[in-house]
Design a protein around this ligand. Structure first.
Ligand code: DAH
Length: 341
């Protein structure tokens, strides 16, 4: 028994020497002091079988061993715990010398880029820029533009009404025509770019909110030749010198005559492809000579003054210019898409 006690002490010393973390110290604690099969408790258990005359000596030796091992284990455990704590602290320290994360820089949205480009082209021609209000009255959005209350053309601009007093979300930027002509005496030249709203289903090409650009010019002796030349210049600045346009008769209540303008397809250069339905042309804007009644509604004498106006979708131009097939892409704010422009 004495010998077993000594061996146990030596085993313990060897094990303790090579244990350098709390996990192996824990294993030692279980091996020597574990309640069920720990070596020390089982030695204590064997004490009852020791012959009487040896009992005291063996008991003393066992007590000594237990005390020594307990103290040694406690000391080493404390040292290891302290070392582990300071290692952890060192790992948590912030290293100020590491390179910082760069903040993500934002940039302009493709619609903004196209809008700014359009505004610049018109500024160069002496137009002023006025976005106008998005919440509008029936007068500016419809009535003054010659849409009488029951005019069927209102149907094509399915409207969001804000309240029963006929406040609405503008369905086009043409409201700025009236606001400009009321505010300023001719000659006037203005371009208005901004958001417009219609109760549309969301499709590849349509969304209930979209962006329009509107140009208005009123002066003396203005005729349809000025309108055509201005549009041609605008389209060529935007899409390149090879772009061609054609005008088709159309109808808008606030212009007479009215026309729709097609541009030679930018993808096939007029040869015919899937995007232009094999026609070689794509429709891009509506235009016309300002209706005499619209001039009168704004206190301008149509005998003295004449003008032209046109309007187009900015989103659609952005989609064509950047070859974006789905309008939703422009509103989803996916950086992987937006960072390409
Ligand atoms: N406001 C029209 C629309 O949203 C577009 C338009 C057509 C604007 C002819 C004009 C114009 O200025 O002359 O459908």
């Amino acid at each position: 028994m004495q010998e077993t006690i000594e061996r146990t002490g030596r085993d313990f010393d060897a094990a303790l020497k090579s244990a350098n973390d709390s996990k192996s110290l824990d294993e030692i604690r279980i091996r020597f002091f574990g309640r069920k099969s720990g070596l020390i408790p089982s030695l204590v258990n064997q004490l009852k079988d020791v012959p009487k005359e040896q009992k005291k000596a063996v008991g003393d030796a066992l007590n000594k061993l237990r005390d020594r091992l307990e103290t040694a284990l406690k000391e080493k455990s404390e040292r290891v715990a302290a070392a582990e704590a300071s290692r952890k602290e060192a790992a948590d320290v912030i290293d100020f010398t590491l390179p910082a994360h760069r903040p993500q820089l934002g940039h302009l949205h493709p619609i903004t880029l196209v809008r700014q480009e359009m505004e610049m082209i018109f500024r160069e021609m002496g137009y002023s820029v006025d976005p106008g209000p998005e919440v509008e009255t029936d007068w500016y959005n419809f009535e003054a533009l010659n849409f009488t209350p029951d005019h069927p053309a209102r149907d094509s601009q399915d409207t969001f009404f804000v309240d029963v007093d006929k406040l609405l979300l503008r369905t086009h930027t043409s409201n700025v025509q009236i606001r400009t002509m009321e505010r300023l005496k001719p000659p006037v030249k203005v371009i208005s770019c901004g958001r417009v709203y219609r109760r549309d289903e969301i499709t590849m090409r349509r969304s209930p909110m979209f962006n329009q650009a509107e140009a208005l010019l009123v002066d003396k002796g203005i005729h349809i030749g000025h309108l055509r030349a201005t549009i041609e210049h605008f389209v060529r600045r935007l899409f390149g010198e090879s772009a061609r346009i054609r005008m088709r008769p159309s109808f808008f209540p606030f212009t007479e005559p009215s026309a729709e303008v097609d541009m030679s397809c930018i993808f096939c250069k007029g040869a015919g492809c899937g995007t232009c339905s094999q026609t070689g042309w794509m429709e891009i804007l509506g235009c016309g000579m300002v209706h005499p009644q619209v001039l009168r509604n704004c206190g301008i004498d149509p005998e003295e003054w004449s003008g032209f106006a046109f309007g187009l979708g900015i989103d659609r131009v952005a989609m064509l210019k950047y070859d974006i097939p789905n309008i939703r892409t422009l509103f989803e704010n996916d950086l992987r898409v937006l960072q390409q422009f």
